[in-house]
Design a protein around this ligand. Sequence first.
Ligand code: F6R
Length: 622
Amino acid sequence: MCGIVGFTGNKQAADVLLDGLSKLEYRGYDSAGMAVLDENGTTSVVKAAGKLDHLKQKTDNGRLLPGTCGIGHTRWATHGAPNEKNAHPHLSGALDDDPSEYRASDVIGVHNGIIENQEELREKLLRHGYQFYSDTDTEVAIKLVDYYLKKYRIGPIDAINRMMVRVRGSYALALMFREHPGEIYAARKDSPMIIGISEGESYLASDVPAILQYTRNVYYIENYQAARILPGKVQFFDLNGDEISLEQVTITWDAKAAEKGGWEHFMMKEIHEQPQALRDTLHHYLMDGQLDFSQAGLTDEILQGADSVCIAACGSAWHVGMTAQYVIEDLAQVPVRVELASEFRYRKLLLSPKTLVVVISQSGETADSLEALRIAKERGLKTLSVVNVQGSSIAREADHVLYTLAGPEIAVATTKAFSAQLMVMYALAVQMAYVRGRIDREQYEGYMKELSAIPDKVASCLETKAHIQRIAARFSGARDAFFIGRGSDYAISLEGSLKLKEISYVHSEAYAAGELKHGTISLVEEKTLIIGLLTQRNVMNKTLSNMAECKARGAFLLGITQGENSEAQSQTDDLISLPVSDEHFSGLLSVIPLQLLGYYSSVSRGLDVDKPRNLAKSVTVE
Ligand code: F6R
């Protein structure tokens, strides 16, 4: 969802803001804007509909906004159309073409989140003489701060605190006050926000990549806390207005990891980073050749004590859960249920008190996943999160966290984080199986050897690139595609289908192969693309029969299998053979050609691979 950036220090703020916003564009990109406050309390605001380039052009690359303190925003519309009027920053005063009007605004701010009671607050403010120029909930929140500031003649922190008590919903807010030049004020509830500090300079952002090249020393501001940010210094306050101290955290990510580094798209770069991400993730949990989760406090006793596992996640992370359930149930023989986090939070799930609830999330900020985690904790269940972003809310709030070491993922469509999550879940399955006595030492070592071999095999899978590119070109005009498989092949089909549709806009569906003929097969016609996953030997022939049923209706069959496979070869129109691995872990290999198919299909249609329409990387609203 929306990205926010702030800077105060001794550089030109607009340069830092534009740079930070370009790193956050993946969070939302229907409009953008910046406000810079100079030392005399004069504010310049520029907004532009569309992508960040429009804002760059409109501000002559920031040169039209002089000053060393500013805030910026890239928007993913929640309230109000994606136009210039609704773009952030928003003002306590009026929005006018004449920039001198901005000087009349005492409060200027940017916001990420949703204010749920904005209608009621808008009415209240209208009664007090405020006028609104936009349809946004953000303008309401900013005018509310202004209202408290003046009504009680209080300072920014007290006014922000009163606003926090009054609004319902989620927000990360960055505000500037005309009477406080050189300072940025921040507040947060359920939307991510970090504050970074370096010598004489301070930064604020929704996510680490925006400020990684300037500093790695950051603070994670918590719910209902506010901050006063000065050059090189920050103070934190609780809801009573009392100053509190927060711990500084050092980010370990390499700044270069958030750059495109010569690749045409982040997605392709990240697809190629998978062997390393998998190696780093697995090695992080290996101690003398053995898995060790003790750094996360996840002891053998916890893994032995769980009588079931419930996985909650969204989108691709849910597909990781769907894939892992087959492996955990088969190896560890523990019942697993996998829930969409958005459903989990509103269902009264009958879970035993000994359920281990696993929440999987790249960003660690997905609103539904975070809420599922909180509900599980409220119910007294043991919680484990699998998260990529260090210090994110889901990582901090779970009882235990297993980090994936995928590094910053910028492309909206996940690839390397998905794979790293799957690696963690496979490792968890093996460890659970071992400590629960379901596999012996020899089997354990065998599985560990298989897992260790996966990164190199993934590197070999990348060699299917040219082949996949040809298939994508051949089907560049396709209207529909169907991904089918059985068992964990079905779960990977879900991910393949999402990868294709989210970035190429081709309608695609994933089906358990045996289910197709219960309705969906009526959509199959001449030249429909059917992608069949054939890595599970025990059900391969069944899936091949289902593919044949589609062939009989004119479909084109693409198979994905492991090693030489004459049956699959003779019964498909085209076959991709991947390296052989233990079938439990084949998902990490078969997903690679599917990621590539999504990528090349998007490229062949001339689409924006890294920033597909309507999507945002981190979904912090429900
Ligand atoms: C698809 C994709 C999304 C995310 C989902 C959950 O390519 O990236 O479906 O997987 O929004 O996000 P996280 O993992 O950040 O909770």
